[in-house]
Design a binder for this molecule. Structure first.
Ligand code: C5P
Length: 230
């Protein structure tokens, strides 16, 4: 089996949370969001090592968190960049040279379960680039800058994309390298592979695998965890 490393981008400022600190340090049912994310990969037999990418000012707090939870797959914390894509690129470069496949998972998605992650790993084994996504509940419209509706894409061919995303390391590094060299930015890593013409597959994600972005997400995440009876 390929040796797998996980990159956790956690260098965002969390401005939409409005709490004046990195949202990944907020506590959810007794544990910081980031600690919940790291624990999932510590517990997974698929994962050999973990790189956390943090903002330069957050490095001491992240180091302390890793030590206090005794996470032992975590490499020295990597310093993030201006955009998420810059942070992921730095994280991929920091992985050991023996790592052949890379999982990228947002530091702000603490509700992914080990069972869902294991299913993701099984279903994506045959693909060199694969991501999690869920069908849309709402109809989506493409609009122009004035708010005029241009078209309504058929919903059965649309997915809301999440992390984890998994890639063969070589192709992920190449896509990041090419994007960085011309200043191309995508909102996830899969976009960069699509941009260089590489096929990306999608497997079914989970409605509960939300990204904690705004205060109402925090409320929802707490309700979901309470239902899981943690
Ligand atoms: O901003 P957004 O919620 O899309 O960020 C997704 C993930 O990427 C978060 O876990 C955030 O900390 C991370 N990120 C990063 N470096 C940045 C911006 C965001 O690692 N410059």
């Amino acid at each position: 089996m390929a040796k797998i490393g996980v990159v956790i981008p956690a260098a965002g400022q969390g401005k939409r949370m409005g709490v004046g600190c990195n949202k990944q340090f907020l506590t959810l049912m007794g544990h910081p969001i980031l600690a919940r994310v790291i624990k999932l990969f510590e517990d997974s037999e698929y994962v050999s090592e973990i790189v956390i990418v943090g903002a330069v000012n957050d490095i001491p707090v992240i180091q302390e968190l890793v030590q206090s939870y005794k996470f032992d797959k975590v490499l020295p914390i990597c310093i993030g960049g201006v955009q998420r894509q810059d942070s992921v690129r730095a994280g991929v470069q920091a992985l050991s040279t023996t790592i052949q496949r890379v999982v990228v998972h947002d530091g702000a998605r603490p509700l992914l379960t080990l069972r869902e992650f294991n299913r993701f790993m099984e279903e994506t084994e045959k693909f060199s680039a694969a991501i999690m996504g869920i069908p849309l509940k709402d109809t989506v419209k493409r609009i122009d800058t004035s708010g005029k509706v241009l078209e309504t894409p058929p919903r059965e061919f649309l997915r809301a994309v999440q992390t984890p995303q998994i890639f063969d390391r070589g192709i992920l590094a190449e896509a990041h390298h090419q994007a960085a060299s011309v200043g191309y930015y995508g909102t996830d890593d899969a976009t960069l592979l699509e941009w260089i013409g590489y096929p990306v597959h999608i497997v079914e994600g989970s409605q509960e695998n939300i990204k904690v972005t705004t205060p109402d997400d925090l409320w929802l995440a707490e309700r979901i965890l309470a239902m899981r009876d943690e």
